[in-house]
Design a protein around this ligand. Structure first.
Ligand SMILES: [Zn+2]
Length: 75
């Protein structure tokens, strides 16, 4: 996800707030890009960018550095 996309509105509900959730790698890995899944399996953790309101998934992320960038731009 590009930096400017973090402030985009949710296509489902129009909410601009997002959560970055770090979760365990699910058994069902459908929809997760291969390279993301690979690094998620390595670390055992999956980073998901979700709508704070309706939980729409924007992106599965493998780059932790974007957390910092996200805060800098949106807060
Ligand atoms: Zn939403």
């Amino acid at each position: 996800m590009k930096a400017e996309d973090y402030c985009k509105k949710c296509p489902e509900c129009g909410c601009a707030d997002k959560n970055i959730d770090i979760v365990k790698v699910p058994k069902k890995t459908e929809g997760i890009p291969e390279d993301v899944l690979e690094s998620a399996l390595e670390s055992g953790k999956l980073t998901i960018i979700r709508c704070s309101n309706c939980r729409h998934i924007f992106e599965y992320s493998k780059d932790r550095k974007m957390d910092v960038e996200f805060k800098r731009i949106c807060i």
